[in-house]
Design a protein around this ligand. Structure first.
Ligand SMILES: Cc1cc2nc3c(=O)[nH]c(=O)nc-3n(C[C@H](O)[C@H](O)[C@H](O)COP(=O)(O)OP(=O)(O)OC[C@H]3O[C@@H](n4cnc5c(N)ncnc54)[C@H](O)[C@@H]3O)c2cc1C
Length: 392
């Protein structure tokens, strides 16, 4: 994002607070909940309306785990870190429960089922079951279910996460925002973050906010604000569709092809289906809010294959996700920007990770210490604060 001279002329009112949170998605609002519980003064600055990013555009899976299954996570991260990630997502749901998610009309405890559609994935999931049990996780296996998915797609089995849940994410965001009344400023697009002797200056068009600490919860949109983080958080588009599928009722929130596709019941005879981006990952890049025929056609074909042809499209939409290089969240101080911290890079799993990650980010910011997912691990070098937009 570029900023004209005219928007930098400084007759803007100054607002002082203890912590400025940038971004009003699930991450920024979760940070607000944590700050409020500690009695710390804060403001959440959101450029549009709260939830205008990915947080109200996702599938609403509150699922244990990360993008990969457990055996692949162990291969990629090692056993200790894989276990930490799985626990992290369990703790995420526990925190959301504490916030009151269970009282929302759309909340439902719903086991998720990782389908084994081909032998290789079947072997991975079988291995995952053993490893998860060894590591103390409650997990089940089914050879065959009795809904339409099993009749049409004929999976070889499925790994069941029995304690997962689903929710309408827009309802969840509204609930979290309602807890923070008075601390949220909408229509406040931040275009300037400058460390100064009196604190970090955060500039929007009609005000300057100053605080000793700033937490960026801008996920996919981060690079337009802090270009130096472009290598750490890359924006990837995810697309979904909702269908009316007469007579279809799904007992599980389903995950297929190692999470490439996902679908679940979202109301009577209404199924939401997302994914297919992995087949076209080279074009599903950026933050542009559009659906494309390429992905939507793939989603429709997938929906027909699992649900049968008798369905009608109700809605299509897209959202921008922040991917990290290794698929794990990124939390911690931004090098070269004293006082500024980042929390994001949830790689398509922010509903399952952002609440817990925001708690860790606030703890790190206020108490010191480190998280298992440090941002610095992925930084190539210090950020030059002079290259951040600053007042003329
Ligand atoms: C199609 C799709 C399906 C998904 N399904 C699931 C799922 O089922 N389960 C799951 O766990 N995850 C899912 N995800 C991922 C999940 O939605 C995200 O990981 C999560 O919402 C990220 O939350 P966030 O608060 O970090 O980011 P966002 O919700 O994107 O919030 C960032 C906010 O920052 C604001 N912002 C950006 N720049 C500025 C600025 N300069 N000044 C002020 N504000 C700014 C934006 O307007 C935005 O509101 C899905 C994502 C998509 C796209």
């Amino acid at each position: 994002m570029t900023v004209s001279l005219w928007r930098r002329i400084d007759r803007r009112p100054r607002v002082q607070t203890d912590v400025i949170v940038i971004g009003g998605g699930i991450c920024g609002l979760s940070a607000g909940i944590e700050l409020r519980s500690r009695g710390v003064g804060f403001l959440v600055l959101e450029r549009g309306a709260v939830g205008s990013g990915a947080s109200t555009r996702n599938a609403g899976f509150l699922m244990r785990g990360a993008a990969e299954n457990y055996s692949l996570a162990i291969r990629d991260y090692g056993r200790t870190l894989a276990r930490t990630v799985w626990r992290w997502t369990e703790e995420n749901l526990a925190l959301l429960r504490r916030d009151g998610v269970e009282q929302l009309p759309s909340f439902a405890p719903r086991a998720s089922c990782l389908l084994a559609l081909e032998p290789e994935e079947h072997a991975e999931l079988q291995q995952s079951i053993g490893q998860m049990r060894e590591d103390g996780f409650d997990v089940d296996w089914i050879d065959r279910g009795d809904d339409v998915v099993w009749r049409n797609a004929r999976p070889l089995g499925g790994l069941i996460n029995p304690h997962d849940a689903v929710v309408n994410p827009a309802e969840l965001i509204a609930m979290l925002a309602s807890r923070l009344r008075g601390n949220i400023r909408e229509q406040q697009e931040v275009f300037e973050i400058t460390p100064t002797d009196e604190g970090v200056r955060v500039g929007v068009a009609d005000a300057v906010y100053v605080a000793p600490r700033v937490l960026l919860c801008t996920n996919a949109y981060t690079a337009s604000l802090v270009p130096q983080l472009a290598g750490a958080v890359t924006p990837r588009r995810g697309q979904m569709l909702a269908v009316h599928a007469p007579g279809v009722s799904l007992p599980f929130a389903y995950y297929a092809n190692r999470g490439s596709e996902y679908f679940r019941q979202a109301g009577h005879e209404t199924i939401v289906v997302g994914g297919c981006r992995t087949y076209h990952a080279d074009v599903e890049i950026g933050t542009e809010d559009v659906t494309t025929p390429l992905i939507q056609t793939a989603l429709e074909r997938f929906a027909a294959a699992i649900l049968g042809a008798n369905h009608r499209i109700l809605a299509r939409w897209a959202g921008a996700m922040g991917f990290s290089p290794d698929g794990l969240p990124l939390i911690g101080p931004i090098q070269g920007l004293p006082g500024a911290y980042f929390c994001g890079g949830f790689t398509g799993h922010g509903m399952s990770m952002a609440r817990r990650s925001a708690a860790a980010a606030v703890a790190e910011m206020l108490d010191g210490g480190t998280t298992p997912f440090p941002l610095t691990r992925l930084d190539d070098g210090p950020i030059d604060p002079r290259s951040i937009a600053s007042p003329a």
